[in-house]
Design a protein around this ligand. Sequence first.
Ligand SMILES: [Zn+2]
Ligand SMILES: [Zn+2]
Length: 377
Amino acid sequence: MLKAFAKTGVAAVLGWTGADRAVSSLAGTTRLPLVVGYHAVVEDVRAHVGRAIAPNLISVNMLERQLEWIGRRYRFMTLDDLGAQLERGDPFERPSAAVTFDDGYVGVYRHALPLLKRMGIPAGVFIVTELTGRSELQVYDKIYLLLEKALPLLGHSEMRLRQLVQTKNVSLGERHGSRRLDAFSTMRWLLNTQTQKGLRRVIEALETVSEVRDSDYPDLQVMDWEMVRTMEASGITIGSHTQTHALLTEESLERAANQAVGSMYTLRDRLQRPIRHFAYPDGRFNPAVVSAVARAGYRYGYGTCLRRDHRHPNLTIPRTLLWERSCIDARGRFSSSLMRCHAYRLTDLWAPCTHNHGDSATSAASQRSEARQRQHA
Ligand SMILES: [Zn+2]
Ligand SMILES: [Zn+2]
């Protein structure tokens, strides 16, 4: 709550003084278009408390509110037009914005598509190809939901969780933070220390103490191919978000490259058109991953922070992630000042990106996989 007040205070002061504009142009960010990123779109977020990762959700009403706000200040562009302009190096004379959705949740088809059509706003959707058309949950949704059920049974104890996953030969890395585990921070910790294969073993271990039936979470399902084709026919740009939503910096380089190439082939086959856009799962990239995405033939890539790879600036286009409560002040009301902070990317000041975008991330992942291979040898 204190943090919310501080955040609102900062936003209000910036709004009053116009200092936000000065800070933003100092940072050079106004020269870049604003690309916003959303995940699941639902009718009412209150129905999903404890049943979904909150920062992945937005209600269709709040989405409309945020898009209206952006539309009054920015010109919306398609991802293709935006990418082409970045490639040409033409300056963005007018503030420009693009809208994206990651993961291909079914609500983007059901709720966002009609809204975008009504408002005349173009958008891009990043698809996890091997999940599309299946009634399975995303790996991180599954882990989060299992943790919500399992952690109370484990007394929220780190030691007991370590013991549980040890039964599936998973050893968890170091962890900082409070002793009592909560589902969200534990999920982040697992994502930071495990490959996707490791995460699947964690799921198996959690399933020995709790159960999550995928069909109980219809709003967390992803689209089928018919929906993807309908979106595409409606003018939505379809891009890749890998085959299985593997966090590419945590995988071997070979697997990262396969994820980029394989998902492009599938999308090209299914949609019969070139696939140019790629969103890094969880915004995680490092130089080796960006090179793999470039080699796969993508022209435009999107992260979740301001960090760029100077060899491939168009493969590391910054994005601003938004969700239901991004722009809600301490009194629970929509705040134009907070929205402005996100649009000018000032939020990076109080919540800087914690990803490792350097080379060492790759070597950490490969060291881990080497160590595991030695273990299994
Ligand atoms: Zn994602
Ligand atoms: Zn980052």
